[in-house]
Write a protein that binds this ligand. Structure first.
Ligand code: HEC
Length: 222
C-alpha cells in the first residue's frame, strides 16, 4: 500500500472511531471513580443509587445473586450493568426506570410494596441520563486531620478491608499499630502503592494531605 493511502485509511478509521465514542464509556468495574467534593448537579451511584437498590430490591427471593429474578441482580455495579436493564444516557429506554414507574402487576417493587418515592425514581433517571457511571463522591476536608475524625475513617474506608485486626499484611486497625508503622504507611501511600488497586492510582491528593498534616502534627491520638 502506498504511504498516502495508509495515511488516508488511518485518518478515516480515526474519524469513525472518534464519532462512535463521543461519550466516554468507562469499563464496567466495581471500583468506583471517586471524586471530591460532592457536586449537587451530579448523581453518584455509590452514594445515591446503590443503597436504594440494595435495600429495596436485592433481598433474598428477589434480586440478590442467588435469586436473580428475571435474570436481574442488583447487588453491585457490575451485576446491575450486566443485567441489561440500564441503557446509558437514556433513562426512558432503560428497563430499570420503566419498572419503577409501572403500575399493577408489572410494578417494582411488586405489590403489596409501595412504589419508590418520586424523587428516588428521579435520581435513578438522572443517574442513567448522566451516563450510569460507577461514581462516588466524598467530602474531603483537609482541615479535618485529627485521628478520630480524619485519619481513622480514611484508613477504614481505604485500607482496613485488607489491613484489619490480625492481618498478616499489616494490622492497621488501632492507634498504636498505625503510629508504629506510620513511616512505611506514608512511603506506600505517597508512592501510590497503597491501596494496590487500581494499580498506580493511589489515594486522592486530598486524602494524602490529611495523612501528611497528621504526621506533621506529631501523630496525636486526638
Ligand atoms: C486490596 C487489599 C489492600 C488494600 C485495600 C490496602 N492494602 Fe496495603 N497491602 C496489601 C498487601 C497484600 C500487602 C503485602 C504485600 C505488599 O507489601 O505489597 C500490603 C502491604 C502494605 C504495607 C507494608 C506492610 C509491611 O509490614 O511492610 C503498608 C504500609 C500498607 N500496605 C499500607 C496500606 C494503606 C495505608 C492502605 C490504605 C490507604 C492499604 N495498604 C490498602 C493489601 C492492601
Amino acid at each position: 500500500m502506498k504511504k498516502w493511502m495508509m495515511l488516508l485509511s488511518a485518518a478515516v478509521i480515526f474519524v469513525l472511531i472518534a464519532c462512535q465514542h463521543e461519550k466516554p464509556v468507562p469499563p464496567l468495574s466495581n471500583i468506583p471513580i471517586k471524586s471530591y467534593n460532592c457536586s449537587s448537579d451530579t448523581i453518584y451511584f455509590q452514594n445515591d443509587i446503590l443503597p436504594i437498590l440494595v435495600s429495596n430490591c436485592a433481598m433474598s427471593g428477589c434480586h440478590d445473586k442467588d435469586s436473580h429474578q428475571d435474570g436481574v441482580i442488583l447487588t453491585d455495579y457490575v451485576a446491575i450493568m450486566e443485567s441489561d436493564i440500564v441503557d446509558r444516557w437514556d433513562a426512558y429506554d432503560s428497563e430499570l426506570q420503566e419498572v419503577l414507574t409501572e403500575s399493577g402487576d408489572d410494578q417494582m417493587p411488586p405489590l403489596p410494596s409501595s412504589p419508590l418515592p418520586t424523587n428516588t425514581i428521579e435520581a435513578i433517571r438522572n443517574w442513567i441520563n448522566q451516563g450510569a457511571i460507577n461514581n462516588q463522591c466524598m467530602e474531603c476536608d483537609t482541615t479535618q486531620f485529627t485521628f478520630g475524625q480524619g485519619i481513622y475513617p480514611l484508613l477504614e474506608r481505604n485500607c482496613l478491608g485488607c489491613h484489619g485486626a490480625g492481618s498478616s499484611d499489616g494490622d492497621f486497625s488501632n492507634y498504636p499499630n498505625i503510629v508504629d508503622n506510620i513511616g512505611t504507611i506514608w512511603t506506600r501511600v505517597s508512592n501510590n502503592e497503597m491501596p494496590p488497586q487500581p494499580v498506580g492510582v493511589g489515594l486522592p491528593d486530598c486524602e494524602k494531605t490529611i495523612i501528611q498534616k497528621w504526621i506533621e502534627a506529631g501523630t496525636p491520638n486526638n
